[in-house]
Design a protein around this ligand. Structure first.
Ligand code: MRU
Length: 373
């Protein structure tokens, strides 16, 4: 566990549904985390009280999806501060080291580092202001809650901006889960589907199963079906066929990190979809909060790509599906080059190529009104 002591008991489990079904909730000094590994069969919330439990939750993908892991990590910093019993003069050092520790939980989604940087900056301000211990801890909690609430607003705005791209009767393909479960609420790529439903726009959604961890089957199909949205599940290798049949009018995916030149890291298989979309002349949209755009990373090849355990590939369906001793390659993400991306939809508006210039303009623009870049 990355050099930190873990407690023996593990988090408390709370079974049963809560409405709406949110991946994270802060309640009475504890972080309630929906264990997404158990969906769609079981709805279990874990009550987390220590940063080590949050680290484990992110690392093991009990919580996953770029914005959600950033939010979880922010609360992890709060839990670390709340349980600190050392010298008051070393409070800041402790908070910063908790944030550094949480940053080791997963490498690709930049929202994790973005949220932790925000928490570190706030901790530095609170320490510099020489507030009481109580006020410093409260200040950190307020920052984590702000990160959480802002993400809900941001996702809704992404949905509003994306909605005009979709008209009734369109077939739309998505990959992985960039929905409510991956964010505070609504999702990024799935947000326009929820808004379309509110406005009576009927879309036909196709969800890729998304091997090896099956976020499309277990999470996207689940959350859209629960919401009463028309969703059809596909194995990943069916995308080309459904495109060739003319069933897909647009592809929309989320992202874990967008580089300054518009290259997009997202769940493994996204790149193949983008190539297929190009071959079939289908627009390929990426829904992304600003917190997922990393202007400090020049291009996609510099984005760290997580590789995960072999068993996700060889035993992904709960039984062994490959010979013992087989060599396995299991990158969790791939990079879609910018030339395959039609547009990036953000909370501030729609960004079109050339992405390097337009993404820079997006960040330089101080006016919050919706526009195209
Ligand atoms: O490995 P995961 O499930 O955390 O990967 C998630 C994705 O790739 C999502 O598509 C991405 O984070 C966007 S979530 C709004």
């Amino acid at each position: 566990m990355s050099g930190r002591s873990s407690r023996n008991t593990g988090p408390t489990r709370i079974e049963g549904r809560q409405e709406p079904l949110l991946s994270l909730r802060w309640s009475e000094g504890k972080l309630l985390m929906l264990d997404q590994r158990l969906l769609p069969e079981e709805i279990v919330f874990l009550e987390l009280t220590a940063p080590e439990e949050v680290w484990e939750g992110i690392h093991a993908m009990k919580v996953r999806g770029a914005p959600a892991i950033g939010i979880a990590a922010a609360y992890g910093v709060v839990l670390g501060a709340n349980s600190y019993q050392g010298d008051e003069d070393r409070w800041l050092e402790h908070v910063l080291s908790t944030a550094e520790y949480l940053a080791t939980s997963r490498p690709t989604a930049v929202n994790l580092f973005w949220a932790l940087d925000r928490m570190k900056e706030r901790a530095e301000q609170l320490a510099a202001a020489q507030h009481s211990r109580e006020l410093r801890d409260e200040g950190l909690l307020a920052e984590a809650i702000a990160i959480h609430r802002e993400d809900e607003e941001v996702c809704r705005k992404i949905g509003e901006h994306a909605l005009p791209l979709f008209t009734s009767g369109m077939g739309v393909l998505t990959h992985c889960n960039a929905g409510g479960l991956a964010t505070a609420r609504y999702g990024t790529a799935l947000a326009p589907f929820y808004l379309a439903q509110e406005q009576g726009i009927e879309l036909k959604i196709y969800a890729d199963e998304t091997r090896p961890v099956l976020q499309g089957a277990r999470l996207t199909a689940f959350e859209l079906q629960q919401a009463g949205i028309d969703v059809t599940l596909l194995c990943d290798n069916m995308a080309g066929l459904v495109m060739s049949k003319g069933w897909i009018d647009a592809v929309i995916v989320g992202t874990d990190r967008i580089a300054a030149n518009g290259d997009v890291a997202n769940k493994i298989g996204t790149y193949s979809l983008a190539v297929l979309a190009k071959a079939h002349n289908i627009p390929f949209y990426v829904a992304s909060p600003l917190s997922t755009i990393d202007l400090g990373t020049e291009s996609g090849e510099l984005i760290p790509i997580e590789e995960r355990a072999e068993h996700e590939v060889t035993e992904g369906f709960g039984k062994r599906t490959a010979p013992a001793g087989i060599k396995v390659y299991n990158p969790s993400f791939d990079v879609t080059p910018n030339h395959l991306v039609t547009a990036i939809i953000t909370e501030k508006g729609i960004v079109k190529p050339p992405f390097r210039d337009h993404l820079a303009a997006l960040f330089n623009d101080k006016d919050d009104s919706l526009k195209s870049f």
